[in-house]
Design a protein around this ligand. Structure first.
Ligand SMILES: [Zn+2]
Ligand SMILES: [Zn+2]
Length: 303
């Protein structure tokens, strides 16, 4: 599973930072968090392709997070795409998408499902689920958590062999949690052979937001937290007034939520390099990096 930064900037794009969009690639499926202007070009640049795109989770209806949607929908319309695309977002997203389609005369041969949500479960399947909470911005904004399903525990083949269980259907039964009878008639318990379930990976996306306890709870134990870090502490009052966080505040959230790593995002165009932001966050939380466009972050499975 990999997170790819498509747009690490905020408010207005710069030569080096596009507007917010983060891709998540898992098992040939592609998801987007937000779709700022230029997202389709960034997707092409990252060689992620459009085919695997299944769903887009929109945080809120500020222009810098949604202006990439019309172009992306139209480009998808030029392909031979037949499978539907799902767009999740806060109340108002449906009207927004419908008005784009109507006013720009976009006619697509694939379906666009729009699902509005205020909080809670966004999507659930056998591989993963997506949850949301309201963040703390100047308009209604959602933070999202992508949470993989647990994987079955580790299967101890050596022990199974020692206890006389032949490979085949009995292995499968043990893996499914069933106790079996070995070749010599002894009961072999699943719990003797199969370890505890292994947790899935978790990625949390929280842009645009002031520091907020709901995000701490959502992000608890995440492998990766992508968090608003628009300014440094010097501009804390302005950041919070505008519904954003500083790099230090993002790092404090990461520390409280005990995440694996923090990616600073929604970097203000005022910073030519993000060194100040990084140094500030690193003084609180060492596993921090600044989101840079086209950067990929590999998230290994839990052993
Ligand atoms: Zn924004
Ligand atoms: Zn905003």
């Amino acid at each position: 599973m990999r997170v790819i930064v498509l747009g690490s900037g905020g408010t207005i794009p710069t030569q080096t930072r596009n507007l917010p969009s983060f891709a998540l690639k898992r098992d040939g499926e592609l998801l987007l968090f937000d779709c700022g202007e230029g997202t389709q070009l960034q997707l092409m640049g990252a060689k992620l392709g459009f085919g695997p795109l299944e769903r887009i989770c929109i945080s809120h209806l500020h222009g810098d997070h949604v202006t990439g949607i019309p172009g992306l929908l139209m480009t998808l319309g030029q392909s031979n795409r037949e499978k539907p695309l799902t767009i999740h977002g806060p109340p108002g997203i449906d009207t927004f998408i419908q008005s784009i389609m109507k006013n720009l005369s976009i006619h697509l041969h694939y379906q666009v499902h729009v699902a509005e949500i205020e909080k809670g479960l966004v999507h659930n399947n056998s591989h993963y689920r997506i949850e949301s909470v309201p963040a703390d911005h100047n308009i209604f904004t959602l933070a999202y958590a992508f949470i993989e399903a647990e994987r079955p525990g580790r299967f101890d083949v050596t022990k199974a062999r020692e206890l006389g269980v032949p490979p085949g259907p009995l292995y499968r039964a043990l893996q499914e949690g069933k106790d079996v009878r070995s070749g010599d008639g002894r009961i072999v318990r699943s719990s003797d052979i199969v370890g505890p379930p292994r947790p899935g990976r978790k990625v949390v996306y929280a842009l645009d937001t002031r520091p907020c306890s709901a995000v701490v709870e959502l992000a608890r134990g995440a492998d990766v937290l992508i968090h608003d870090a628009m300014f440094t502490e010097e501009l804390q009052a302005e950041a919070n007034e505008r519904g954003h966080s500083t790099a230090r505040q993002a790092a404090e959230i990461a520390q409280q939520a005990v995440v694996g790593q923090l990616i600073l995002a929604h970097i203000s165009p005022r910073y030519e390099t993000a060194k100040e932001l990084l140094d500030e966050a690193l003084s609180i939380f060492t596993e921090t990096r600044v989101g840079e466009d086209s950067m990929g972050v590999e998230i290994p499975v839990h052993k």
